[in-house]
Each structure stands twice: as C-alpha cells, then as structure tokens.
Design a protein around this ligand. Structure first.
Ligand SMILES: [Zn+2]
Ligand SMILES: [Zn+2]
Length: 289
C-alpha cells in the first residue's frame, strides 16, 4: 500500500511540474461563408507554445501547425497544405514573441510530423528565409537528428513512428507534457497502407510504452475529421465542420490505439472507435503483364 501511494505521489509530482496552458473548447469552423473566416487561426496554449490552424477554405485538410519557443530556438512543426501562406503568419508570431520577451529575434527550426503534401506545402517559403534551419521530411534527415532536440532550456523528444508514412515522428515537449502525434493519432481517419501496417502497430506500441512512463498533458495531432458525436466523421473534402471533435486527445487514446492494433493481430482491418478510425488502405492492384 505504501509503495502504491509513493507511486501515485511521484506521478502527480511529475504532472505538477508541467508548464500549464489552455486549449480552446473548439476551433472556429471554416465557414459557412468563406469570405468571413480568417485564413489562419492562432491559439496561444501559453506564451511559448502556439497552435496554428489553416482554414478549410484554403484547403479542406485544414491541418494544425505547432510553434514552440525555447531560449535559443523556435521550432515549427509542419508548413501547411495547398496554397498555404504559413511563412508570413509564422514570421509575424516570431516578431511578436520577440517583442514580448524584449529580444531582437530568434532563429527558427522547421521540422515535419511526416512527409505528406498537406504538411509540407509551405516548405519552399521557409527554405528561402534567412535564420531558418530547415529539416526535410525524410527518414535520413530525421535519423540524423537523434532522439532529442534542445531549443535552449526546453528539450523535445523525437520518436520515429513509421506506419502512416516512413518519416512519421511524434514530438514530446518535456516542458508542457504535450505529445504531438501528426497523422498517426488524431480525432479522424488514421490512414495506414496495409503493407506498412506492421510498422504502424509497432509504432502504436512504442507510443503506448512512452505514455506509461511520461506525464502527458494532451495528445495533439495534425487534423480533425471527427464530429463531436462518437463514431461519426466528416466525409473527406468537408470544408465546414460545424460540430467537430475537440483537437486534444489524451493518454487513454494512445493506449486505445495500441489495444486496437494488438487485437487485430496479423489481420488488420478498418476499425472505427469512438474518437478515431484506423483506416487500412489496400495494396494497389499490380498491373498484369
Ligand atoms: Zn499524412
Ligand atoms: Zn495529413
């Protein structure tokens, strides 16, 4: 009993050390009238952690981007979908942050949750900027980074989680306890090519092991496709999601994803859960000679 109490105490002490922040109960929907909605919504989780959401009116994928500040570097995860103009948005935020902190500027590192086009469309804009260290969304570049990224007084853990894409990573911010999971876990359709399913299941197990040993404040992914109603998702291409699911998932969803993968064993099939769906994509038919 004493041992259990000590464990509980240690867990809450860890959680208490996390830097707090706030999430909106929901992001504003893209519509119904696209003329009246901003191209980007920006939410400050706290003064050193920002969430950017691209409008569905610009691209139906409406991805989330994350901007995190350390003492020496700012880090941007992902650059947007379609004709996204993420760079001016991010530069304006860097400038405002520097002003708040009474500094002249801060260098930026650009990284990606994975290599799909709806997360890399703004890459060229950032590559053209001075004071930017650009890390391409490739397996080689990710491996070169190692397991940690130190932004100066703020360390992020880098967890390779191949499956949805071979360059998929999760990022864990030790300061806030936020786990960024990209397209590998979010309230929506988690697409997995059947040939890559063993990798996806291994990555789900890796994430489950990670959340068992680290305090997790929120699990934040790169899209919302789920409706607030359990088991209901919006069809692909939906611009205006009037009653969408909240962005944040929890440690419990990471465990649920792993359990779903475990129970599928070697026979993966598309599986709907209350807050997300694992979508197994069949192998492309090979052409007959
Ligand atoms: Zn993707
Ligand atoms: Zn995506």
């Amino acid at each position: 009993m004493r041992f259990i109490l000590a464990l509980v105490w240690a867990g809450s002490a860890l959680a208490a050390a996390l830097e707090p922040g706030s999430l909106p109960s929901k992001f504003g929907p893209s519509g119904p009238n696209c003329v009246a909605v901003p191209d980007w919504q920006v939410h400050a989780y706290n003064e050193d952690f920002y969430i950017l959401r691209e409008s569905g009116c610009t691209n139906y994928e409406k991805p989330f981007l994350y901007l995190i500040f350390g003492n020496d570097f700012a880090l941007l995860e992902d650059t947007g979908a379609g004709k996204a103009d993420a760079a001016p948005q991010v530069l304006a935020l860097l400038e405002k942050w520097a002003k708040l902190k009474k500094r002249s500027t801060i260098p930026l590192i650009v990284i990606h949750s994975h290599g799909h086009g709806d997360h890399t469309s703004g890459d060229k804009q950032f590559q053209a900027l001075p004071n930017v260290k650009f890390i391409p969304a490739t397996l080689a570049a990710i491996s070169e980074l190692g397991q940690e990224l130190d932004l100066g007084g703020r360390v992020l853990d880098i967890l390779p989680i191949p499956g949805h894409n071979n360059a998929s990573i999760a990022l864990y911010d030790r300061k806030t306890g936020i786990l960024l999971t990209g397209d590998s876990l979010y309230p929506g359709r988690l697409y997995v090519p059947i040939a890559d399913y063993p990798d996806f299941a291994a990555s789900a197990a890796k994430l489950a092991a990670f959340v068992k040993t680290h305090p997790i404040a929120h699990v934040l992914g790169a899209h919302i496709e789920q409706a607030a109603t359990p088991y209901v998702d919006y069809p692909t291409g939906t611009v205006y999601q009037s009653e969408e699911h909240a962005l944040a998932l929890t440690r419990a969803h990471v465990l649920e994803l792993n359990e779903a993968c475990q129970s599928m064993g070697a026979t993966p099939k598309t599986t709907a859960l209350p807050d997300f769906t694992i979508v197994i994509r069949p192998a492309r038919p090979t052409r007959q000679p």
